[in-house]
Ligand binder design. Structure first.
Ligand code: AMP
Ligand code: ZN
Length: 431
């Protein structure tokens, strides 16, 4: 029933494995320039890790640490032993690099294969990867996983939607890896071409790499007739394969034999109470070439209480509600973009794309939301459009507690990026 016997480990077995792997990880990490300095600075040695609670004695690692260590300050083996690297550009500043040994690639692929199998993918599935290859880890990461599972993997890459669709149709693709914003775009594209997305015959979609709401998942499942499974990962922790939904589609199992998870309060850095939302902190347990200890992901989530009916004992994390750094503060009110998406995607008149703009009117911060309207609702009658605008603004106010300005635009008119969507544009002048 399971792909890997690690999926059915008991809690005790997981804890024992984690402790032994954590100790190995610390011993390896201490060989890198960054951790030899950090461990010394913290007055902690790898041999001080005697129980899992000792994790808290270890220093955190931030994105800035990775930048400062550019290009190879976290490596624990000579470059000759490495077989791949991924670079994440981020928005500003020095990029971050993650190196992998052959063994690292091997276990990463097997983790991804495990996730895929958990969603119901099998060797006879035809898998098309619609995300960009190259440095983005969702390309090669998913590809290697699909091959490992034994699927026929089509490395289509991002964009070129016409070709994307042709391959799906000609090769009877049954499973897709797709970013949520692109899946919404693909739905529009099918409509334009007069293709019923359900006729494509895709039964499983692995959807992740950027935040999306339950409402978007439902919308995608309705349009395409597939089951959409949430996929969470980040380059620093390899990429995809960190946490994934099982057939219950209720939280993502975070593979605890490979990652040690903590949820902390981003202000105090102390653990939150069980079940509370906080920042996810991850430690690699299997990585050889570049282990990372207590990495602050900035992603906000919580550990779901209770066991999962699928029988897997690995903890489940909730849908990522946002990043601690994408909090928008308008008129003193805290807003996460995901709250806005949740409202928009629950409204049948709203199309597949939207854009949040922050601007300043005199001294006051304002929020404007440009919303694509579905073709059938984009009528010429001003009164109906104004009513729709008001309805959207009111629904949003109920959720985010400030009334945004709403601009309705025709479908397919907002900018569409090839990779992760840029949902928020901040036009406020720096103070
Ligand atoms: P990157 O390392 O560039 O691939 O970006 C990783 C980041 O993408 C994560 O830290 C999250 O902020 C975001 N991300 C990835 N998967 C998901 C997901 N399923 N839901 C929400 N955010 C995600
Ligand atoms: Zn489960």
């Amino acid at each position: 029933m399971y792909y890997d016997k690690a999926e059915s480990l008991s809690r005790d077995e997981i804890s024992r494995l984690q402790l032994s792997r954590l100790r190995t990880t610390c011993e390896r990490a201490a060989r890198s320039r960054l951790y030899s300095r950090k461990f010394t600075g913290h007055g902690v040695r790898p041999e001080d890790v005697k129980t899992l609670d000792d994790l808290r004695r270890l220093p955190f690692t931030t994105k800035q640490d990775l930048r400062d260590s550019y290009p190879d300050g976290l490596n624990t083996v000579p470059t000759e032993k490495m077989v791949r690297m991924h670079v994440s550009s981020g928005t500003t500043g020095t990029p971050t690099v993650v190196y992998h040994t052959a063994s690292d690639i091997c276990w990463w692929s097997s983790m991804v294969a495990r996730c895929m199998h958990m969603t119901g993918m099998r060797p006879n599935d035809v898998f098309q990867n619609t995300t960009s290859y190259g440095l983005f880890t969702g390309g090669l990461g998913m590809h290697y996983g699909a091959e490992r599972l034994g699927c026929l993997a089509i490395p289509m890459g991002a964009g070129n939607t016409q070709r994307q669709l042709k391959l799906i149709q000609d090769f009877k693709v049954t499973a897709l890896h797709i970013i949520p914003s692109y899946a919404l775009y693909l739905a529009n594209f099918c409509a334009q071409q007069g293709i019923d997305p359900k006729s494509l015959g895709v039964r499983i979609a692995l959807v992740g790499a950027e935040p999306y709401s339950e409402e978007t998942r439902r919308r995608l499942e309705d349009i395409f007739g597939f089951r959409a499974f949430n996929s969470y990962g980040l380059s620093e922790m390899n990429g995809p394969g960190v946490a994934f939904e099982c057939p219950e589609q209720n939280g993502m199992h975070l593979w605890e034999d490979a990652y040690l998870a903590e949820i902390i309060d981003p202000e105090t850095l102390e653990p939150v109470a069980p079940g509370e939302v906080g920042e996810l902190v991850l430690t690699t347990l299997c990585r050889e070439g570049m282990p990372i200890v207590r990495y602050r992901t900035r992603d906000l989530t919580r550990i779901l209480p209770g066991g999962c009916p699928c029988g897997r004992s690995h903890v489940r994390i909730d849908r990522i509600t946002g990043r601690s750094d994408d909090l928008i503060i308008i008129k003193g009110v805290n807003i996460y973009p995901m709250q806005i998406e949740q409202v928009l995607m629950s409204l049948p008149e709203v199309g597949q794309n939207y854009l949040i703009e922050l601007y300043r009117e005199g001294p006051i911060d304002q929020i404007r939301i440009k919303v694509e309207v579905k073709e059938e609702y984009f009528v010429e009658d001003m009164r109906s459009l104004n009513a729709l605008k008001q309805k959207i603004a009111h629904k949003l106010r109920d959720e985010i507690l400030v009334t945004p300005k709403v601009d309705l635009v025709e479908h397919n008119t907002l900018p569409k990026s090839e990779g992760k969507a840029q949902r928020v544009v901040d036009n406020r002048e720096p103070e």
